[in-house]
Design a protein around this ligand. Structure first.
Ligand code: SF4
Length: 493
């Protein structure tokens, strides 16, 4: 599934909001290690990048709009100085509005004379309530982001208890929604995760006991040579200081609801989340989809990147040969493409290009990760037909996306989700495929047999939200296209 590369154009995909990374390692180049970690997590957010370093007495940071390699050159890294602790963040803007320097993270906040830096992956659902409460209690908020609200809540409660650890714990009792957070004080690293464990967060250790690392995904541990220790548990707070790692169950865990879409699309294939290899999960999804939705065809191909392991699995189970049939241009970034009409018309071809010599005259099974609005699938099918494909059968390794996500993913109102507004046959006709099928939810769950739990958030397929959505948000977001038309016709209020 390809996203839009034009600024201001809604991407036709679910967009991950953030990646977080943290290091506690006195004597190491913590800023550089964090920079490497963020490069491994770049797929989770490309709009801004930031690093904050604690040197034992204060916290300083550098952040800006752009990719990690654009924001951090040698001089910027050197400017962060030597430290004992660092945290980093890559961001895709959603809840904080358009991309802006102020909304970039880490978010620095003062607790009396002490600075802290906070980085957040996820979205809080009670930000408005918390913000009003904090303002009532005399706090000044400016950035308008979830991370600012969380940092202010932590600061407010730390002043009352005189312990940062207690401030974080009390804040966790009040934050509702999805959060995987890392926090740097001048001399310590903290990592904590919401009680449902919606967004991922794992812990690693550098060789020879040189320090500790926390990352959204294990690919961030791999790049700095850290060994995976375990995942941060739902509701757990972990503190890293000169005394080592100390864990506490800060808030009681609630029913497990880890985002199932991390396995389908968001996470890197070389990551392992809660014990489940993302690559193996995708391959299993393809095998299961082949059993659930077989079709007579000559070749199976995957839409890069996430569709490729699933296409291999589909080929294994069906016996239909796998081929590379679509080439991805990896060097088309979001930032520098100007949205001229001519470039818009190029559309999907800027990112994906078919191989006519492979697919011409062939009946294709094309494996993709999901369909959100459907525009990209429509263009993809047309592009394959233009390249000579005799038939195009779309097979999707997620169930139909019927509901918006409020936990850190940039999705739409139901009105914009194609599957919430059309039947399967209508979608197939509109996209222009010869046939269309989605994996079942049971099939998707079955592909995650190695995960250390079976508690997954599946709300975007089922509407069963693990953290209740406030009425003011749900009211508009839950309307389908028909509902909107009825509203405009004055038939419902
Ligand atoms: S609603 Fe969907 S995308 Fe959002 S956290 Fe749940 S499974 Fe993930």
């Amino acid at each position: 599934m390809a996203d839009s590369i034009f600024p201001g154009e809604q991407p036709d995909r679910l967009e991950e909001e953030c990646g977080v990374f943290g290091v506690y390692a006195p004597g190491e180049d913590v800023a550089r290690l964090t920079c490497y970690g963020l490069q491994a997590l770049q797929h989770r957010g490309q709009e801004s990048a930031g690093i904050a370093v604690g040197d034992g007495s204060t916290v300083i940071e550098a952040k800006d709009l752009g990719l990690v390699t654009q924001v951090f050159d040698e001089a910027t890294l050197a400017g962060l100085g030597e430290g004992v602790v660092a945290i980093g963040h890559v961001r895709y803007s959603t809840s904080g509005g358009k991309a802006s320097w102020e909304a970039a993270q880490p978010h620095i906040s003062a607790i009396d004379d002490t600075l802290i830096a906070l980085a957040h992956n996820g979205t809080l659902v009670n930000t408005n309530h918390l913000r009003a409460q904090l303002i009532d209690e005399g706090e000044h908020l400016r950035a308008g982001t979830d991370s600012e609200v969380a940092a202010k809540a932590i600061g407010h409660l730390t002043r009352q208890t005189h312990h940062l650890r207690e401030g974080i714990r009390y804040a966790m009792e009040n934050l509702e929604g999805a959060y995987a957070m890392v926090l740097a004080s001048p001399e310590a690293l903290y990592a904590f995760r919401d009680p449902h464990g919606i967004r991922p967060l794992c812990i690693g250790q550098l060789p020879e006991g040189r320090g500790w690392v926390v990352s959204s995904e294990t690919c961030g541990l791999d790049i700095v040579g850290a060994e995976y220790v375990r995942d941060v548990e739902p509701g757990e707070m972990v503190r890293f200081t000169a005394e080592g790692m100390v864990s506490e169950q800060a808030v009681p865990p609630r029913p497990r609801a880890s985002c199932i879409f991390e396995y389908v699309y968001f996470a890197r294939p070389d990551s392992v989340l809660d014990g489940q290899s993302v690559y193996q999960a995708r391959r299993a999804m393809g095998r299961i989809l082949a059993e659930e939705a077989p079709v007579e065809a000559d070749l199976v191909l995957g839409v890069p990147d996430s569709g490729v392991p699933a296409a291999l699995g589909y080929s294994e189970a069906s016996g239909v040969p796998f081929t590379d049939g679509i080439v991805k241009n990896r060097y088309v970034g979001r930032t520098f493409i100007q949205p001229t009409q001519a470039m818009r018309q190029l559309g999907i071809r800027l990112k994906l290009n078919p191989l006519p010599s492979v697919i011409s005259g062939k009946r294709l099974v094309v494996i993709d990760d999901s369909i959100v609005r459907g525009n990209t699938s429509k263009k993809l099918v047309q592009m394959l037909r233009d390249a000579g494909a005799a038939e195009v059968h779309l097979r999707i390794v997620s169930p139909e996306v019927l509901w918006p996500c409020f936990y850190g993913i940039d999705t739409d109102t139901r009105e914009q989700l194609i599957a919430a507004n059309m039947t399967l046959e209508e979608m197939n006709d509109w996209i222009g495929s010869d046939s269309l099928a989605f994996i079942s939810l049971d099939g998707l769950r079955a592909s995650l047999a190695d995960a250390g739990h079976d508690g997954f958030c599946t709300a975007c397929f089922t509407g069963d939200y693990p953290v209740p959505i406030p009425d003011d948000v749900a009211k508009k977001s839950f309307l389908t296209r028909k509902d909107f038309e009825a509203v405009y016709a004055g038939e419902v209020s």
